[in-house]
Design a protein around this ligand. Structure first.
Ligand SMILES: Cc1cc2nc3c(=O)[nH]c(=O)nc-3n(C[C@H](O)[C@H](O)[C@H](O)COP(=O)(O)OP(=O)(O)OC[C@H]3O[C@@H](n4cnc5c(N)ncnc54)[C@H](O)[C@@H]3O)c2cc1C
Length: 452
């Protein structure tokens, strides 16, 4: 590539968001320079637990990845959630809808190279490996290009109508553009590994445990492996540093309805993220746009980021492609993207930022979770929010709140079952189940609405 090469779009970062953006811009007939700092075409993000929410599955299909994912044995599952101290949430969808409401779980070492390959093969897209974007080119206060450097020290300057930052949570593009950024502290750390021989009591569903404040999740993934992830509040960091394996065993052997650890083999090291600070940045303006984590990072708690990487990429391409083709109206198109971004994600972001503190659930959140363990309509609404189909209105609209209140009231007036749960290893507030007490699974089976 020569200095001064001209493209319609420059995309910094060929991860999920960047590769997807390049594909959608390329399909819209635009010329795209896709710059990736790694020299390895099979490079992938290691620190990710890679649940792809059901709301993003249609985008995965649109990108043309479904067959390849099926070939490598990528499971599609719904997730059963245990919420302390209320019990299990297992929404039952209408026949025919359940499949559409299932998530993918696939290791990043599989999906990142896959989507990058599709990008490289898309007409109009030039994938350039070993090109770390180091700065932006500006003219009359507007971004008009980017500067990239290779490992050998060679620099390249490229011009384009639009520069897209898809370079992850520490986005160089966002920093170079001096975007306003807000950070949100996270009172938890996470560690996980892959295991063979895990039998989940609620198979084929995946399982998650919200123990308020600690969290664990078991996600079957490609290759017949299961990812077991443990997210604990920060005061437990010394325990992790002293003996990660021991802590893992204590946590997983004490989960209500957890998998048996007999015959389970760890395949690979424990991976961890100890600082999980969240952020959001203004996603567009001045000839520049941000997609994926570069604009917003709410994970790992809810597993939204991979899906949103694809969704933001598509939304940006849809709103700006015509302006880039015609050379007219880009500022208005970027404003539309910015407004869409705000409307789509604010409720998720606020919810995630609040929960990231590691504080216990608020009374309203407790009511929403409790209702979802008791009533299928409430469970379906929560599921719709969790899988990012709908925003907070799914659970926070007056109608939804009224329903929640009714369910909780009926439960309080009726046979208010004793809260159950046991969690020696996690910081749950209850001891082991007393003899004869109903387990969360028993309670689930008794649940008059779910089991009807
Ligand atoms: C512990 C953890 C667990 C998570 N689990 C989940 C989950 O279960 N489900 C989920 O949906 N999300 C999860 N996430 C979030 C998810 O990992 C991110 O939201 C997702 O990777 C965002 O994709 P992206 O393409 O924006 O960024 P990235 O995947 O980070 O890709 C950025 C790309 O840009 C490249 N790059 C960086 N800087 C430059 C530069 N200067 N020049 C050129 N290239 C550059 C990188 O090499 C990389 O290829 C998790 C996150 C963490 C930390």
């Amino acid at each position: 590539v020569n200095d001064g090469a001209q493209y319609d779009v420059i995309v910094s970062g060929a991860g999920l968001a960047g590769s997807a953006a390049a594909i959608w811009f390329g399909r819209a007939g635009l010329r795209v320079a896709l710059l990736e700092r790694s020299p390895d075409p099979d490079h992938y993000k290691r620190i990710c637990t890679h649940e792809i929410q059901a709301s993003a599955v249609p985008l995965v299909e649109e990108l043309g990845l479904s067959d390849a994912l099926t070939e490598i044995g990528t499971p599609r599952r719904r997730v059963a959630a245990y919420v302390h101290p209320f019990g299990w949430i297992r929404p039952e969808h209408a026949p025919g809808e359940a499949d559409a409401r299932s998530n993918y779980n696939v290791r990043r070492e599989k999906i990142d190279p896959m989507v990058r390959r599709v990008a490289a093969e898309t007409p109009g897209v030039d994938l350039m490996l070993d090109r770390r974007v180091t700065g932006l080119v500006r003219e009359r206060g507007r971004v008009t290009g980017a500067v990239a450097r290779s490992r050998s020290g060679a620099t390249t300057e490229i011009r384009a109508g639009l520069v897209v930052g898809a370079d992850g949570r520490e986005s160089t593009v966002a920093r170079a553009s001096e975007r306003r950024e807000r950070r949100f502290p996270n009172g938890r750390f996470v560690f996980w590994s892959y295991f063979d021989g895990v039998e989940l009591p609620f198979a084929p569903e995946a399982q998650t445990w919200l123990l308020d404040p600690d969290v664990a999740y078991a996600l079957p993934t490609d290759g017949g492996l299961t990812l077991l992830s443990t997210m604990l509040s920060s005061p437990r960091l010394p325990e992790y540093r002293e003996d990660a394996e021991g802590l893992w065993r204590r946590v997983w052997s004490s989960l209500p309805d957890g998998p048996s650890l007999d015959g389970v083999r760890r395949e690979g090291p424990f991976l961890a993220r100890l600082d999980m600070t969240l952020h959001k940045r203004r996603p567009a303006g001045g000839g520049l746009a941000l997609v994926g984590d570069a604009a917003l990072n709410t994970d790992p708690m809810w597993g939204w980021g991979c899906g949103w990487a694809l969704e933001t990429a598509k939304a940006l391409a849809e709103r700006t492609a015509e302006a880039l083709r015609s050379g007219r109206g880009l500022p208005a198109a970027l404003l539309r993207y910015r407004l869409w971004h705000q409307a789509r994600f604010w409720s998720f972001q606020s919810f995630a930022a609040h929960y990231a503190h590691g504080r216990p659930f608020t009374p309203v959140q407790r009511a929403v979770f409790k209702a979802a363990t008791l009533d299928n309509t409430a469970a379906l609404r929560l599921h719709s929010f969790e899988t990012a189909y709908t925003g907070f209105s799914a659970i926070g609209s007056p109608r939804a709140m009224l329903h929640t209140a009714r369910v909780c009231l009926a439960d309080a007036l009726g046979s208010a079952a004793p809260a159950t749960g046991g969690s020696d290893g996690l910081s749950g507030r209850r001891g082991p189940l007393p003899p004869g007490a109903p387990s969360p699974a028993d309670r689930q089976a008794d649940n008059r609405v779910l089991s009807s």
